[in-house]
Write a protein that binds this ligand. Structure first.
Ligand SMILES: [Ca+2]
Length: 300
């Protein structure tokens, strides 16, 4: 089960998943063969010489160093971890990280201090980002990043998107309700709501319930039924009964709430019409249909 980074009513444990980075990394300059991609190759051990260093780590060699990554698409980042070089602390400390959905990307959101090697920072709320940039304010020319790890997260349940400020539509109440990037309901619409992907509309008139698949009954005055449970809040139209107003009156009864008795004089013992009380096939002998279609009047 997927859970949140922090409190969520569906889960008790934290939720995050490792982002499998497929994007392209670049950096301001290269020290030997310590290119930008070395911070994404899964190797963290710096070894004891330059060859081993350049197997595992990216290293710059000029002032004002930076390392940048384009993920190729937007992701909701819940944590960033940078593995640095412990034997040359200033080369992997004072790191600034900016994350953005636009390439201009100068919005610093994480800053490590000069006593910290690399960094490991949870983002609360998670941050929607495509472009990641790491710079150093320690004054070094040789910025060393041995591995950069990103972890995807989910917003608080019911939220999505940039800084988790978007609100899911009327999605089914599961976790997560909607896609963390675009808000698409992941398990369909809440009962009584329609029009995926975001489920913002109630069912069309005359339909209700799960997937709006149920048809309303005959509610009083043609009102629509409750879009969630199908009940007719003001009762049924003449001749109908039940919570859903989809049953006609029992034999011998008719009218509003089925409270009126048929005349009992319909032809051949038939019941009158459930709505109007009319004897549709005429009257039994002795009653005058031409002046009273309900057959309540005897011939004079
Ligand atoms: Ca590496």
């Amino acid at each position: 089960m997927k859970c949140l980074l922090w409190h969520d009513k569906h889960c008790n444990q934290d939720y995050e998943e490792t982002l499998n980075i497929t994007g392209a990394a670049t950096q301001s300059s290269n020290y030997l063969g310590c290119t930008a991609d070395k911070a994404l190759n899964g190797l963290e051990d710096q070894g004891s010489d330059d060859a081993e260093l350049c197997q595992a780590c990216s290293v710059t060699n000029a002032a004002n160093p930076w390392w940048a990554l384009d993920l190729g698409g937007e992701h909701l980042i819940g944590r960033i971890q940078v593995i640095g070089r412990p034997d040359h602390m200033s080369q992997s400390s004072g790191l600034q990280v900016s994350m953005s959905i636009s390439p201009s990307n100068n919005d610093v959101i994480v800053l490590s201090n000069n006593n910290e090697i690399g960094l490991n920072q949870q983002l609360n709320p998670p941050r929607l980002a495509r472009y990641i940039k790491i710079t150093s304010v320690s004054g070094t020319s040789n910025m060393v990043l041995c591995e950069v790890k990103l972890f995807e997260s989910e917003c608080n349940n019911g939220m999505y998107g940039y800084n988790c400020t978007g609100k899911c539509g009327h999605c089914k109440d599961v976790f997560p309700q909607c896609d963390r990037i675009n808000g698409t309901c992941l398990q369909g619409c809440e009962t009584g709501y329609a029009t995926p992907p975001r489920c913002l509309q109630t069912c069309n008139n005359s339909f209700y319930g799960e997937n709006c698949a149920q048809r309303c009954g005959n509610c009083l005055d043609g009102r629509r039924c409750d879009f969630k449970n199908g009940s007719c809040p003001r009762g049924c139209s003449s001749g109908y009964r039940g919570v859903y107003c989809n049953q006609t009156c029992p034999a011998g009864m008719y009218g509003n709430s089925c409270q009126r008795n048929c005349s009992g004089n319909c032809f051949n013992g038939l019941s009158c019409h459930f709505s109007t009380g009319i004897c549709s096939y005429g009257c039994t002998a002795g009653f005058n249909y031409s002046i009273d279609t309900s057959c309540g009047t005897e011939y004079g």
